[in-house]
Design a protein around this ligand. Structure first.
Ligand SMILES: [Zn+2]
Length: 140
């Protein structure tokens, strides 16, 4: 499900809250992977290399991969949430997160950018304030 559909379904506040929870779960996963790597490396004895050391090395490798994935996911989800969150106040009446999504897209034309030189990291949303009917676009 894309961002516009999720925001339409649950509202911006709930979507934003879930993005923050999701990103911080990824951060916690990354932290736990780091602690697991440290504990496994502490336990490995290379003088008596056997199945135990090999399985600990496999656990280290798995935790490194999972930790790197979690760190990248943490940054991606948090940056996306902040990109939308920065523009979630109505520019006219300053009401927070009370808007409806009118249109969405991924092309630079819809975002008023030069499609030849600029690209969008996230889909743009054209939204209308429920309080004063002002229309604006997010993220920048
Ligand atoms: Zn407004």
């Amino acid at each position: 499900m894309d961002i516009a559909t999720r925001i339409r379904k649950m509202g911006f506040r709930k979507w934003y809250e879930r993005q923050l929870i999701d990103s911080h779960l990824s951060f916690t996963t990354c932290l736990l992977c780091g602690l697991t790597v440290a504990a496994c490396l502490e336990s490995i004895s290379f003088s008596e290399f056997g199945w135990k050391a090999a399985s600990l090395l496999a656990a280290v490798a798995a935790c490194v991969v999972l930790g790197m994935y979690s760190w990248k996911r943490y940054l991606t989800v948090l940056q996306r949430a902040e990109a939308y969150g920065d523009r979630s106040h109505c520019p006219s009446c300053r009401v927070y997160a009370r808007f409806e999504v009118l249109a969405t897209g991924t092309t630079a034309e819809g975002a008023y950018l030069d499609p030849a030189t600029e690209s969008l990291p996230y889909p743009w949303l054209r939204v209308r304030c429920r309080a004063c009917a002002t229309v604006w676009r997010l993220p920048d």
